[in-house]
Design a protein. Structure first.
Length: 86
């Protein structure tokens, strides 16, 4: 049984190039749209609010990561010293 792409006459490279092209077009369109929205005062305010929310979220993730990393850094040393007391 043939692959669906082969039946339509497309090979994998053509599909990959087309996908990358659409990705690039979408990314470019997104940047252009964001630039246009940012020119409007209401749009600028909306983008600033979104940026603040993203910053708050990433700060929380970063804090949680550092707390977990501190637990890992002190965990084995504390367990090793408890074993030495026996």
């Amino acid at each position: 049984m043939e692959d669906a792409r082969d039946r339509r006459g497309h090979d994998e490279e053509e599909v990959t190039v087309r996908s990358l092209l659409w990705f690039a077009v979408g990314t470019t369109a997104g940047f252009v749209l964001a630039h246009l929205v940012n020119k409007d005062p209401r749009g600028h305010e909306m983008l600033a609010e979104i940026d603040a929310r993203i910053t708050e979220f990433t700060d929380r993730i970063q804090d949680a990561y550092h707390e977990q990393q501190a637990r890992f850094d002190t965990g084995p040393a504390a367990a090793g010293s408890a074993d030495d007391d026996r």
